[in-house]
Design a protein around this ligand. Structure first.
Ligand SMILES: [Zn+2]
Length: 295
């Protein structure tokens, strides 16, 4: 039997004298959710806000969450209600039976019951959210480091959170890894206003803030490795050397390595959680080509 569609809880604004014909195009009023909610703290519930007037049907595509699931998570909303920008919509609710699992290797793996990265004041994500899913451990560790960053700096620019994994993991171009819910690309924090250059360079790379983030992530004990450019590693080291002794540096910098293509962002890989029995920490090596005969 098809599930009955609940009546929309949101009323469209109706004023006397408003022509009825335009009503369907009026965005519904934002849902106010100001009550502090402990379920968001422990990630058992995640809400996202609508970026521009859209229906649940359109959001389903933007967020890669099925319409059926969105409707089930938000019984007050009907699929064709137009939701106003700022409306918050539930995109995840934990279920005891849906245990998150990272399966396989970062470059040949998948994600089971991954959860969406929540929104927050100190970071940003693109409106298209098809690739911001991770294991609970990944999402929690990343979220907590970003919250600490937001508390540490009054003037903190939002950190750009780029790709994690797709809802069910697997290959997402152009990445080789990012397949099993344990990888995230984080744009470097720049010390220039957002309207100015977004290029990372010696004078724009914010050493203190990027180092804070790296330290907060590694201090969680959940980071397996961080990939970045050689220059960024040197700039991070310069900031770290102001806080740490020479003996303390390797604990952080042994985890940070150079990898091509990381001049504008860092790639953070989290460890396999103990409970994820089918998780493989390292990427699978591609078969080596036969050595070229020397000329
Ligand atoms: Zn990456």
């Amino acid at each position: 039997m098809a599930p009955q569609m609940p009546a929309p809880a949101i009323e469209l604004p109706v004023a006397l004298g408003t022509p009825a014909a335009i009503l369907p195009w009026q965005p519904a009023a934002p849902v106010q959710t100001n009550d502090p909610d402990p379920t968001e703290e422990d990630l058992s519930i995640v809400r996202w806000s609508v970026d521009e007037a859209k229906t649940l049907a359109q959001l389903s595509w933007t967020w890669s969450i099925s319409q059926r699931r969105l409707a089930r998570l938000n019984p007050g909303l009907a699929p064709h209600d137009v939701l106003a920008p700022g409306t918050t919509v539930r995109v995840h609710e934990a279920d005891d039976e849906d245990v998150t699992q990272s399966i396989g290797a970062p470059n040949r793996g998948r994600l089971v019951h991954g959860i969406p990265m929540p929104e927050g004041d100190s970071w940003s994500m693109k409106p298209g959210r098809q690739r911001v899913y991770g294991t609970v451990e990944t999402v929690r560790t990343l979220r907590d480091a970003l919250l600490a960053y937001g508390r540490a700096f009054d003037d903190a620019p939002r950190v750009q959170i780029r790709d994690l994994s797709a809802l069910r993991g697997g290959k997402i171009a152009p990445h080789r890894s990012h397949q099993s819910g344990r990888d995230v690309d984080i744009g470097f924090v720049l010390n220039t206003p957002p309207e100015q250059t977004r290029r990372v360079g010696e004078n724009t790379f914010d050493r203190e803030k990027n180092w804070f983030l790296v330290r907060a992530l590694i201090d969680s004990g959940q980071v397996q490795s961080i990939y970045t450019s050689g220059k960024a590693k040197r700039w991070l080291l310069a900031a770290a050397a102001k806080e740490l002794t020479a003996d303390e540096l390797p604990r952080y910098f042994d985890l940070i390595s150079y990898e091509r293509g990381h001049s504008q962002h860092m790639h953070v890989r989290f460890r396999c959680a103990d409970e994820h029995g089918a998780c493989q920490g390292r990427s699978k090596q591609r078969p080596k080509r036969a050595a070229r005969p020397s000329a």
